[in-house]
Write a protein that binds this ligand. Structure first.
Ligand SMILES: Nc1nc2c(c(=O)[nH]1)N[C@H]1C(S)=C(S)[C@@H](COP(=O)(O)O)O[C@H]1N2
Ligand SMILES: [Mo]
Length: 393
């Protein structure tokens, strides 16, 4: 859980505005260079499974890693492809009916001169775990069949969105804040849906959201939104718009395909128009391949991580006998954004076995046996059955 930001007094904002220079009107936003393929960074098979324009992190790649996911193995979710954007000519335009005055534009250098904030936060796709609706519950869903690797935790440094909005003249009539990406328009089923964009209510926008320009101490890499992306702690990944080019502040509620057509819960359990949602859920993963081979009669240290968008993880239990008995695991390291854990297991006999991990957070949310079905396969939170093979010693 991240802490809410204190508000900067208006007096300090005026000083800040003077320090970074006068803000002009909206300049023409530099257009990104042609994309070089969906993803630019190397995708070695030991770190990633490529799924269309996306790359899922393979969990064994986290074995022996610390709290953060290194950039070289952080998952990538691209609706289209990674654009190359020059920070020197890039502008962030802030526009819309929710501003007191006209549009305001920021350069990269101006943003970097504003007070910075560093947070540890997860980015997780709303569809993370989607593959288990089919694989484990036998239900049809559409979308990328992720296993559990569409999540990563990094240290993000940037400027508070609240600082930028207040410098831009946020009006008290503002309702929604719409960050808009500079990647190519998303076209699906022959329809051009425009640039990737999804609104945030102004309350969330002012609470704990940052515009990040660094990831794990490095300038934001191209695939993760260079030069500047939004980071929305606790919310589904689509809220954290990459390659930010414009923020539209509106005095009326904003609808885009990303909060009407997608990222809603549709299905038998939900109303016909779908149920909107923003927050992530609770999950656990082993830092182990599915069907990994472990030796019988010898102790293996199993490691994993659990995370909840609602509260820190309080306890994690593991079952090695298909859910009959459960043991508490040892928590390791900090609980920010996720909790590492480990436990020692000595399988007695050779043959197939099944591991399960179940987390409970400090508010009492716990992973259920099954997740209620939704047709787009979002928010899978059920306990995942992880098959392993035990080999004769
Ligand atoms: N502009 C833009 N922002 C975007 C996306 C995108 O395709 N374009 N994908 C979103 C989705 S669905 C997710 S899950 C996260 C993934 O962030 P990552 O690729 O840095 O892991 O970015 C979000 N921001
Ligand atoms: Mo996503």
């Amino acid at each position: 859980m991240s802490l809410d930001f204190p508000r900067l007094p208006r007096r300090d904002l005026i000083k800040l505005a003077a320090a970074v220079g006068a803000f002009g009107g909206v300049a023409a936003t530099a257009s990104p260079a042609a994309a070089a393929g969906p993803i630019i960074k190397p995708l070695p098979p030991e770190f990633f499974t490529v799924l269309g324009t996306n790359a899922e992190m393979r969990w064994p790649a986290m074995r022996g890693q610390g709290h953060l996911v290194p950039i070289d193995r952080f998952f990538v979710r691209n609706h289209t492809s990674t654009p190359i954007i020059d920070a020197a000519t890039w502008r962030l335009d802030v526009t819309g009916s929710g501003l007191r005055g006209g549009p305001v534009s920021f350069t990269y250098d101006q943003l970097r001169k504003l007070p910075s904030e560093t947070i540890t936060a997860a980015v997780e796709c709303a569809g993370n775990g989607r593959g288990y609706f089919t694989g484990q519950q036998g239900q049809a869903v559409s979308g990328t069949a992720w296993h559990l690797g569409a999540v990563g935790v990094a240290r993000w440094r940037g400027v508070r969105l609240s600082t930028v909005l207040r410098l831009a003249g946020l009006s008290n009539r503002a309702v929604d804040v719409l960050p808009i990406g500079l990647d190519p328009n998303f076209v699906t089923g022959g329809v051009d849906l425009g640039p990737v964009r999804r609104p945030l209510p102004v309350g969330k926008a002012l609470r704990d959201v940052i515009l990040a320009y660094e990831m794990n101490g490095e300038p934001l890499p191209p695939d993760h939104g260079h030069p500047v992306r939004v980071i929305v702690p606790g919310w589904i990944g689509i809220a954290s718009i990459k390659w930010l080019g414009r923020i539209e502040v509106s005095d009326t509620p904003v609808l885009t395909p990303w909060n009407t057509q997608f990222y809603r819960l549709f299905g038998d359990a939900y109303p016909a128009e779908g149920r909107p949602f923003d927050e992530q859920t609770i999950k656990s993963a082993f830092e182990l391949d599915e069907n990994a081979t472990l030796p019988a009669g010898r102790t293996t240290r199993l490691r994993g991580r659990s995370w909840s968008a609602h509260a820190p993880i309080r306890r994690v239990e593991v079952s090695t006998d298909g859910g009959v008995s459960w043991r508490h695991v040892r928590k390791v390291g900090p609980s920010t954004a996720w909790q590492r854990w480990e436990f020692d297991w000595r399988p007695a006999t050779a043959g197939p076995a099944e591991l399960r991990a179940r987390a409970t957070d400090a508010r009492g949310n716990t992973q259920p046996e099954t997740t209620v079905h939704n047709t787009l396969g979002y928010l899978f939170d059920a306990v995942v059955r992880h098959p392993v093979q035990i080999s004769a010693a």
